[in-house]
Design a protein around this ligand. Structure first.
Ligand SMILES: [Fe+2]
Length: 268
């Protein structure tokens, strides 16, 4: 098993576009750590309802993204691979492997929600359906249709960005919840986080970084970067929404907990 430092070092050898995405998701991680709700999540200081609210928003985008986006990429590569494009064939095979691997990840979230409340799968699914989408989730859903139809390679950027956040955060969130939340039965409600541990996601990120080097056109590379940014905006948008819902207005909360405000957040 690789140490956290080895995992983080490995990212330095990624192709430049992949390194740019890693740098942007590192910055997103830093911004997330300034959001009081998210900081409580990282340290396990959330209630059962608050943790469930986060899982619900994750489910709302995960079940649309995986495995459908990988399948869309594989389909797009199929025609090129039928010609003499060896890289398209490699990318198609890789996307199909990812589609297979991602199947059922949305159900991990439903299982976590069901276990949190001691209810059936159907009841957990009902909770997800009844809860409103965070604005960023709703916007992401609409752009996801465009990605599938026009820029299926964008999923590589989404994957890299969110895998990098998982490398930086998922083990910390899981440990915090188990050690400090005091939520009854929490060990049975961190299946999704365990399935997306730093070690698992580091392997995926290395593979995704490799696949970036098979993409050469300006349009496709721009799509990869745009959809990476979009997925970070989606994720931060969820944290911001849940902060407003549970912790109150962000600027005041940061000012109270940090005493000093960064210049960018002051109302001058
Ligand atoms: Fe997944």
């Amino acid at each position: 098993m690789k140490s956290t430092e080895e995992t983080r070092d490995a990212r330095r050898s990624f192709p430049t576009l992949a390194r740019e995405i890693v740098a942007r998701s590192d910055a997103a991680d830093q911004r997330l750590r300034r959001v009081p709700f998210y900081r409580r999540l990282l340290t396990g200081k959330v209630t059962r309802e608050e943790y469930a609210d986060w899982l619900i928003q994750l489910h709302k985008y995960v079940h649309l993204t995986a495995p459908a986006s990988e399948q869309a990429l594989a389909d797009a590569m199929a025609a090129r691979a039928a010609g003499d494009d060896a890289e398209a064939a490699q990318l198609r095979a890789y996307a199909l492997e990812c589609a297979r691997e991602e199947t059922g990840h949305d159900e991990m979230l439903i299982a976590d929600i069901a276990n949190l409340f001691g209810v059936s799968r159907d009841e957990a699914f009902g909770r997800v359906a009844r809860e409103a989408d965070a604005p960023s989730v709703l916007a992401y859903k609409n752009l996801l249709d465009t990605m599938h139809a026009r820029f299926p390679e964008g999923i590589i950027g989404v994957g890299l960005a969110l895998q990098n956040l998982a490398i930086l955060e998922s083990d910390e969130i899981r440990a915090g919840l188990i050690e400090r939340s005091g939520i009854p039965g929490i060990e049975g409600a961190v299946v999704f986080l365990k399935g997306h541990s730093g070690e698992v996601e580091a392997w995926h990120a290395e593979e995704d970084a490799k696949s970036v080097s098979w993409i050469h056109t300006a349009k496709e590379r721009a799509a990869i970067l745009f959809f990476a940014d979009l997925s970070l905006a989606l994720f931060e948008g969820i944290a911001f929404y849940l902060n407003e819902k549970h912790d109150g207005p962000l600027v005041e909360a940061i000012s109270e907990s940090e005493q000093t405000l960064e210049p960018a957040l002051t109302m001058s």
